[in-house]
Design a binder for this molecule. Sequence first.
Ligand code: FAD
Length: 463
Amino acid sequence: MRADSTALGALQQELPELDWTTDPVRLAQLSQDYSWFSPVLKRQLQDKCADLAVRPRDENEIRRVVAACARQRVPITVRGAGTGNYGQIVPLHGGVLLDMGGCNAFSWARGGVGRAQAGIRLAEFDRQAQPLGWELRWLPSTFRAATLGGLFGGGFGGAGSITYGPVAAAGSVLGARVMSVETEPQIVELRGPDAMLLHHKWGTHGIVLELEVALAPALPWLEMIATFDSFDAGLDFCRVLHADSPGIVKKQLAFMAAPIPDYFTSLAEHLPQGCHAALMLVLEASEDAVRELIAAHGGVVTYRKTMAEAKASKRTLVEYCWNHTTLQALKVDKNLTYIQSRFDPARALEQVRALEGALAPEVMMHVEFIRLTNGAYTCSGLQIVRYTNEARLEQIMQIYRDHGAIINNPHVYILEDGGKLRDMDRATLSAAQRLATDSALAMKQRFDPQGLLNPGKLRSWAG
Ligand SMILES: Cc1cc2nc3c(=O)[nH]c(=O)nc-3n(C[C@H](O)[C@H](O)[C@H](O)COP(=O)(O)OP(=O)(O)OC[C@H]3O[C@@H](n4cnc5c(N)ncnc54)[C@H](O)[C@@H]3O)c2cc1C
């Protein structure tokens, strides 16, 4: 599928007052995300580019572009801020890049629930919600740029997932206002589980205009780093803080094994060479209890900032966690990449230790402490890899699988290959998995009957 130049010209002629981008350099920039973290995706996607980009100023402009694209059969790739890691906004077949950033109004926050247009930046959502006593339950480390629609369409979670689990946890996303791609676009409010059928579908299942999400109370968070001489002691501290300390309120906890902290050059004065580090956000009132726990594990507190101090410094530890850990390391050494893993709640630390033993120093251990959709306590990894070649990268991921860890492969750009939609032999699926897959595909049929949304990313949908 590729739009011809007559169809593309017709779009602009029909809607001359819209904010179009046609400059090839700018189009090339807008067409890429952070898939360059993966040498595999970089090779596969670097030449892909939209033919046009458009930034609607309101819902009516979105509707007019979408209707025109449906008439001309032009592919549409929805773009939030383009901070995804898997080429989710990279148009494989050209067409129009639909930049949602202009539709960014905050609507309201009350009673633990908030609503906004999908193009709102997450930092802006919190800036508006916090004075009302509420904040987002999950903050990816890209929160300054990333949009609410992009987090829903392509993200997992972030700071906050230690308490609330991922975006996918039932009860987190309460509603979505969605537009279909048709010559007469329909706008529908989906609630609860129906809305969730569009989560992490990489903009292939409908255009999300607004989201209603459950919120967390806005609390005064204290940022702290504890360093450890011993890998095991640092990891044990994290496990106890995460799962055995219900009285300590936390928003973020990550463990970075040596030599990862050495890559954080802007925090060098707080990170002795060769240390292992735990980076955390805890309730200010929990500080004494946390310090006691750190000391009991032989750790040392090397960094402490209140929320006001962190804001004033324009730096938060969240921007050293999640995939910002990889970004910080890549600033120092370009020959790195990463893998994504999840550990079995029943033996997570056992697996982490075994894999550290099997693969360090080639693979550097970075784990984030979270809860799963079923509430189980575990950790998930964004391990940094010294890259040699694709075959070895595949081998490393296989070693992880052989140890019982789950790999969410970040070196693929097909939705099903990343593990979020199942397309294996139906006979191997459970009844629940079959239902989830069928419901998601029915949603795709309902909101994108011509298959114009982000074509090439979804293998299961034949159209
Ligand atoms: C350094 C770094 C750190 C990161 N840390 C985290 C992290 O902590 N947690 C995490 O979950 N992710 C993380 N990510 C991935 C990414 O930043 C987040 O998922 C972010 O929320 C994506 O938002 P975005 O606005 O940039 O989305 P985009 O990249 O623009 O879009 C993501 C997907 O959603 C779709 N989409 C966007 N808006 C809409 C819409 N309105 N309707 C339908 N579909 C839509 C797009 O088509 C695309 O497929 C990180 C990435 C980087 C590079």
